[in-house]
Design a protein around this ligand. Structure first.
Ligand code: UD1
Length: 421
């Protein structure tokens, strides 16, 4: 069977300017949140990626009218007449679980398949479930489905999360907007996408304070309205990916469309690795000459170093002048990328959730396969500086989260194409 590949010739300078799209991890939740209020909502700065198309299908399947325009989507949820999300959709994208909170809040019921998603660790749902239970949701799980109902209504309550889970914080925040009384989420996730969702919900009429801090307070209301023209926050992970490309390809590369304060930890690591950075409202410009300094990285919930940039930054450590340790604290089993880049000559030893890296002078181009979305992007980055040609298979993973990745890289000097083998 033929398969589409990304083919990269390594060794060309990367310079110029790229504009990042709206954040995948925000827009998927904004789309789910439109379920909370009947009527037509419009979201702008929508990235054209396959996960967004899939979330459109999830909503269409519930009965919503979803119309995509150029970087925008209009979703009419007045016609929603189902609370059922089938396994075929949820299995393709774990973020489909974001409809759980809104469905329960608006219809009092949800019937959602247990998720699949990226093959990166166990990714359980216990915090979504126990948090919603505190608000009065009753769950049964049968035949691979989560059946949720609210026999005694939805009531605000204090919830303390075991871990600042992004998805659990979002589901709880959305459900709580329509609960009776006040919900407090302690140890809440603080990612910029949480703040974006809170801003969207506030435009819908929700009363939320504290988003972006560990304690979020939501006063429930029965009156939510559709939102017109909300612009999705810029994608900090796409921006971070291009900054690594700029560093590998020497730059200067300017990345626009992102708020630099959302990338503080990543920028400080780039600096420690030897990058020259200039940050302004206009964008972030990176250039680099000489050797890459090895730098240890530990992924942590925001404002810690994002797990979604772990693989991309590992490429820099692989080519650094010395040894480094990358520690993954958010997901189990998120080092599949290390095996693939090993095929290009990288020296990485995995022990539990630590990757011990011995920097090498150069990578050598090879056929490789994307293990997941961010690992796939990181393999493309490795191909930019590898000697010779790198063929990356499994690129449907990359298409889930990067709009025009190949075109954008080609526009800043990469010798890169898509080809059906
Ligand atoms: C979101 C992002 C993903 C990012 C991650 C962490 C989307 C669509 N995806 O994923 O790109 O890498 O945040 O920044 O926004 N966990 C439990 N029980 C739960 C919930 C989570 O054990 O009920 C665990 C997970 O298995 C994982 C960790 O907590 O090990 C983090 O998960 P979470 O923050 O919820 O990530 P997602 O929302 O799935």
């Amino acid at each position: 069977m033929s398969e589409e590949l990304i083919i990269v010739q390594g060794g060309y300078p990367i310079k110029g300017e790229v504009i990042v799209a709206g954040a995948k991890n925000s827009v998927l939740k904004l789309m789910a949140a439109t379920l909370l209020a009947p009527g037509s909502s419009t979201i702008m700065n929508v990235p054209i990626i396959s996960d967004v198309t899939l979330m459109g299908e999830v909503l269409t399947n519930l009965g919503a009218q979803v119309v995509f325009g150029k970087h925008q989507v209009t979703i009419d949820t007045a016609t929603v007449d189902s609370v059922h999300t089938p396994y075929e959709l949820v299995a393709q994208m774990r973020a489909s679980i974001a409809v759980l909170g809104p469905l329960v809040a608006r219809f009092g019921r949800a019937h959602v398949a247990m998720p699949g998603g990226c093959q990166i660790g166990s990714r359980k749902l216990d915090m979504h479930i126990s948090g919603l239970e505190a608000l009065g949701v009753v769950f049964e799980t049968e035949h691979g489905f989560i059946e949720a109902s609210i026999p005694n209504g939805l009531s605000g309550a204090p919830v303390i999360l075991d871990f600042p889970s992004v998805g659990a914080t979002e589901n709880l925040m959305m459900a709580a907007t329509r609960a009776q009384g006040k919900t407090t989420i302690d140890n809440a996730a603080r990612e910029p996408e949480i703040v974006d969702l809170a801003d969207f919900l506030i435009e819908m009429g929700a009363q939320i304070s504290g988003a972006g801090t560990p304690t979020i307070e939501i006063e429930g209301t029965s009156e939510l309205r559709p939102v017109k023209g909300f612009s999705t926050v810029g994608d900090r992970i796409e921006a971070g990916t291009f900054l690594v490309a700029g560093m590998l390809g020497k730059g200067p590369l300017t990345v626009r469309g992102v708020q630099p304060q959302h990338l503080e930890m990543a920028l400080s690591k780039l600096k420690a690795m030897g990058a020259e950075l200039s940050v302004s409202d206009e964008g972030i410009t990176i250039s680099h000459d000489g050797i890459i300094q090895p730098v240890d990285i530990q992924t942590l919930p925001h404002p810690g170093f994002p797990t979604d940039l772990q693989a991309q930054f590992m490429v820099l450590d692989v080519l650094a002048d010395g040894r480094s340790v990358v520690t993954e604290n958010v997901f189990e089993n998120r080092f599949m990328f290390a095996d693939e880049i090993g095929r290009m000559g990288a020296e990485i030893r995995i022990e539990g959730h630590h990757a011990f890296i011995n920097g090498i002078k150069r990578l050598s181009g090879a056929p490789v396969r994307s293990p997941d979305l961010r690992g796939g992007a990181a393999l493309v980055l490795a191909g930019l500086v590898a000697e010779g040609q790198t063929d990356i298979a499994g690129i449907e993973h990359i298409d889930r989260g990067y709009e025009d990745f190949v075109e954008k890289l080609a526009s800043v000097g990469a010798h890169i194409t898509r080809k059906t083998a």
